[in-house]
Design a protein around this ligand. Structure first.
Ligand code: ADP
Length: 465
């Protein structure tokens, strides 16, 4: 059964883990999907801004016309390739602020609801001669990183491609070459890339997934809770079943001795030769009586000690704590056969307590009896009281002690520590349960501290008033 429960726990953990993995995978996929949708939505809303906005269109015209003239100078070898790029830079730098301002206005008019930056980068500038035979590359992003033409500066890493555009144009112009005016034509191929940078796009995508994430967490917690509850229930049921089996074994064991003595005694009384021996008859009847009392006590123990604290009806009275405790301990000491037990009493105190003497005595006696039952040779029992705030009695022994893992269950009904030393001592596991119920009925507390092989201390606290 224990193995089965362990297997069930392992299977449940594995099941839960795989469920989490599948859920994680699905959430990740949804995230990617939502991200793609979000990016393409944004691209769509801004992709044609450059073309449809008249202000941006006229700014583009300014640098394009300027650039064509610069390229014309280069074409007639008036300036170098480097000069072409430097002059282009200078021109676009001078108009960039106005470009950014106009672009931002266009974006705002679209009301997209988040911050977006835009840039246009140059990828290639190639000059084709008029016959289209010999290409002259002025710039190529395959050999050098593409550079910013217009817009804001941000890295490729933090941004997304919006579109690639190609500007193809034939440009004819008249220049004086070697003293003669000539008409010249060149073909320009100018390739740019538009990129955008969205502030906190991850957060926006996550926000769009909130309901899915919340639902996933709720489902996961629900399944986890259900499993936890079922397994916990199963373990409790198993514990109860074990405790019940132990109880049945213990009570059978306790009943066997008086019953077999009774069987022997009745057999004895039936014998003819006994009838002539009144002494033997008397002894046998005494034995029957003793066993009968023992059986009666056993039944009373099961019946009374099973009461819950709500069923205990207290008949409280005010007693002097010192006198009362002295009396219990002295009576208990007298009832013991063994003289090898040392009692150290520290119970002189000027306090009055309000208790039901009958029940409270049973509770204290149960603890004292256990100290003796689970004691060792040279047993010392220390009894201390304190009444600074509440009334406290602590009963400390140097007996076999209790392993830590059992302490939490010690006051449970029928609970016994399952080791060899305890097995040899008779008991039903009801004494401490009953003590706890009695103290609870007095609105107090009882707790235990113990170390295996060193001893235990039981402390009872009840309110003074
Ligand atoms: P019982 O003595 O009939 O078994 P109790 O409810 O009185 O039942 O005690 C429950 C268990 O707590 C005992 O079986 C024993 O294992 C442990 N126990 C109680 N008191 C002591 C003690 N003073 N020292 C060691 N073990 C103790």
């Amino acid at each position: 059964m224990r193995k089965k429960i362990k297997l069930l726990i392992i299977a449940s953990i594995l099941g839960l883990l795989s469920l989490s993995l599948v859920q994680g995978y699905l959430i990740n996929n949804t995230y990617k999907l939502k991200k793609d949708v979000f990016i393409s939505e944004t691209k769509k809303s801004i992709s044609r801004i450059d073309d449809v906005s008249p202000s941006l269109d006229s700014i583009n015209d300014v640098w394009q016309n300027y650039f064509l003239n610069v390229v014309a100078d280069y074409y007639v070898k008036k300036i170098s390739k480097e000069d072409v790029l430097i002059m282009l830079h200078k021109k676009t730098d001078s108009i960039n602020n106005s470009y950014i301002e106009n672009y931002q206005k266009e974006i705002e008019s679209k009301n997209i609801g988040y911050n977006l930056k835009f840039q246009k980068k140059v990828k290639t500038i190639i000059l084709l001669d008029s016959l289209g035979v010999k290409n002259d590359t002025l710039f190529q992003s395959a050999t050098k990183p593409s550079f910013l033409l217009l817009g804001k500066n941000f890295s490729n890493k933090d941004s997304h491609n919006v579109s690639n555009s190609l500007w193809l144009t034939d440009h004819s112009f008249v220049r004086e070459i070697n003293g003669k005016r000539k008409s010249v034509t060149f073909n320009l191929q100018f390739q740019t890339e538009d990129r955008m940078n969205i502030d906190g796009w991850e957060k926006i995508v996550f926000r769009r997934m909130t309901s899915l994430l919340i639902l996933s967490v709720i489902i996961f917690l629900f399944v986890f809770g259900l499993l936890y509850y079922s397994i916990k229930n199963l373990i409790t049921q198993k514990k109860i079943a074990d405790i019940k089996t132990d109880f049945v074994n213990n009570i059978t064991h306790e009943l066997k001795t008086p019953l077999s003595t009774l069987t022997l005694a009745t057999k004895m009384l039936k014998k003819e030769e006994i009838k002539m021996q009144p002494k033997v008859i008397e002894n046998t009847i005494n034995t029957i009586e003793r066993q009968n009392i023992r059986l009666q006590k056993l039944i009373d123990e099961v019946l009374n000690n099973s009461l819950g604290y709500q069923e205990i009806k207290l008949n409280k009275e005010t007693v002097n704590a010192s006198d009362y405790l002295n009396m219990i301990v002295d009576d208990f000491q007298l009832s013991l056969d063994s003289k090898e037990i040392t009692f150290n009493k520290n119970i002189i105190i000027n306090a009055e307590i309000i208790i039901d003497k009958f029940y409270f005595t049973t509770a204290v006696l149960n603890i004292l009896e256990n100290a003796v039952k689970y004691g060792k040779d040279n047993l010392n029992i220390d009894i201390n009281v304190d009444a600074k705030k509440d009334f406290t009695i602590s009963i400390k022994d140097n007996g076999i002690g209790i392993p830590k893992k059992h302490l939490a269950f010690l006051f449970d009904k029928f609970y016994r520590v399952g080791n060899k030393e305890v097995h040899n001592v008779k008991g039903l596991g009801l004494g401490l349960y009953y003590t706890h119920q009695i103290i609870k009925a007095h609105k107090g507390e009882v707790f235990v501290e113990s170390e295996e092989n060193k001893g235990s201390t039981f402390t009872v606290i009840i309110p003074v008033k």
